[in-house]
Design a protein around this ligand. Structure first.
Ligand SMILES: Cc1cc2nc3c(=O)[nH]c(=O)nc-3n(C[C@H](O)[C@H](O)[C@H](O)COP(=O)(O)OP(=O)(O)OC[C@H]3O[C@@H](n4cnc5c(N)ncnc54)[C@H](O)[C@@H]3O)c2cc1C
Length: 397
């Protein structure tokens, strides 16, 4: 039986944090919890960037240190190795966004291939990640999804996207590194799903190398998985999925309302939770065909997966099931999973400070809007501080 209080051990959760790190995290999460702090500081950061004010040292010492591993892959390696010693693996994510030209997309594809090769040579980094719109313009994905006719130039762009996509997937296969492909807005996702399915057909014959992402706030994802599972069984290829709840809910609902079609999003949080758990359990039930990378900070879902693995007599270290959290968040899940030998992994973003600021702003917004999450992080950090100070009071149950 898995201990129901598995995630409450703050000593293990924050084993890598020095007292100074702990104080910095406490300070940051306390600030993010103050109403209006995040919108005001986001606006101030954007103004400072426009005016070219030297804010990088401040960003680096605070929010960058909390949520990013470094400016380059090599820069991340000391952290990656330290986490591995605590039985927590890493996946490195080059978090530079907003590229638009064909030359930039070509460069992004070769950067991805370099990261995949790097991961291929490092036992601590069993996965790599790629984002469809990092390899080609959003509008092209959108038009292909909508079955719109492409102009000659757009057709050329789409052909280039397919070539880049294939070269990144092939590099994953050649370097034996599993590749997680992010999911984005539903109005570009069909094009990505179809391309990823083709790649799975080609590169997942012996084992899952290419992983698609399932956003379980979409009510259609369980039937999507079942349909794809049927095709994969018939045609003889394996499936890999990153299972998440989904990050674009407000945008999805607003667009559906504006354009007058039924929203693809579950009606409330509870319905998303039920759908997430159903998809996650379906994949575990079919573990011989489906490998899964469960990306969540939700303790109930994580515990449910552990229980199901236990019932099915799967080892917690079964290589077909991984549990992932973002670096800087939910250490109580990652490090306590590592402690019991489950496959725990952190998604570690990296990149030049100036370029990762949009990513950092999103993390700050997420941590100020998801009240429960911030409250939980703060309670755990405070409990650990008290434990170290010797004034231990049990705050978290
Ligand atoms: C390793 C990793 C990789 C990720 N990759 C992706 C990715 O490729 N694509 C992507 O979109 N996201 C991705 N995410 C983000 C993820 O989708 C969630 O937004 C985030 O993890 C919060 O969900 P949770 O399960 O951790 O926590 P929880 O706090 O349990 O769930 C919060 C989530 O529930 C859903 N939700 C909240 N309120 C409602 C409501 N009223 N109605 C319906 N649903 C609601 C939303 O999806 C919200 O993000 C990733 C997350 C991780 C940890």
């Amino acid at each position: 039986m898995i201990d129901t209080k598995i995630f409450n051990d703050t000593k293990h959760a924050f084993v890598l944090k020095s007292d100074k790190d702990l104080k910095r995290s406490l300070f940051l999460f306390s600030m993010m919890n103050i109403p209006y702090f995040v919108p005001v500081s986001t606006a101030a950061t954007n103004v400072a960037l426009k005016l070219k004010l030297p804010i990088e040292p401040l960003v680096k010492a605070t929010i960058f240190k909390q949520f990013c591993g470094g400016v380059s892959q090599d820069d991340c390696m000391p952290l990656v190795k330290k986490m591995r010693k605590e039985n927590v693996y890493s996946v490195l994510d080059y978090s530079v966004e907003g590229k638009e030209s064909e030359a930039e997309f070509d460069r992004a594809a070769s950067d991805k291939i370099e990261i995949i090769k790097y991961a291929g040579g490092a036992e601590e980094i069993p996965f790599a990640v790629a984002k469809p719109t990092g390899l080609g313009r959003f509008e092209i994905w959108e038009k292909v999804t909508a079955n719109d006719k492409l102009t000659d130039k757009e057709q050329e762009e789409w052909d280039n996207i397919k070539v880049r996509f294939e070269s990144v997937c092939k590099a994953a296969y050649d370097n034996d590194t599993r590749l997680l492909i992010d999911a984005e807005e539903s109005w570009m996702q069909d094009a990505a799903d179809n391309l990823i399915e083709d790649m799975m057909r080609k590169y997942n014959k012996e084992k899952p190398i290419i992983f698609n992402t399932l956003q379980c706030y979409r009510w259609d994802r369980l039937s999507y998985v079942k349909g794809l599972h049927e095709r994969a069984q018939k045609e003889g290829f394996k499936l890999g999925f990153k299972t998440v709840r989904g990050a674009y809910m407000e945008k999805e609902n607003a667009r559906a309302k504006r354009k007058g079609y039924p929203t693809p999003i579950c009606e409330d949080k509870e319905a998303t939770d039920v759908n997430f758990n159903a998809v996650m359990c379906y994949c575990i039930d079919n573990v011989d065909d489906i490998s899964q990378f469960i990306g969540t900070h939700n303790e109930v879902s994580t515990y449910m997966a552990l229980q199901l693995m236990n019932q099915k007599e799967l080892h917690l270290s079964d290589d077909r099931i991984w549990f992932a959290q973002l670096y800087g968040m939910s250490d109580h899940i990652s490090f306590n999973l590592g402690r019991v030998n489950a496959n725990a992994i952190k998604l570690v973003p990296f990149g030049p400070i100036k370029d990762v600021i949009p990513y950092l702003i999103r993390r700050a917004q997420e941590n100020s809007s998801v009240q429960g999450q911030t409250g939980r992080e703060l309670a755990l950090l405070r409990e650990e501080k008290d434990r170290r100070d010797g004034s231990y009071v049990k705050r978290v149950e």
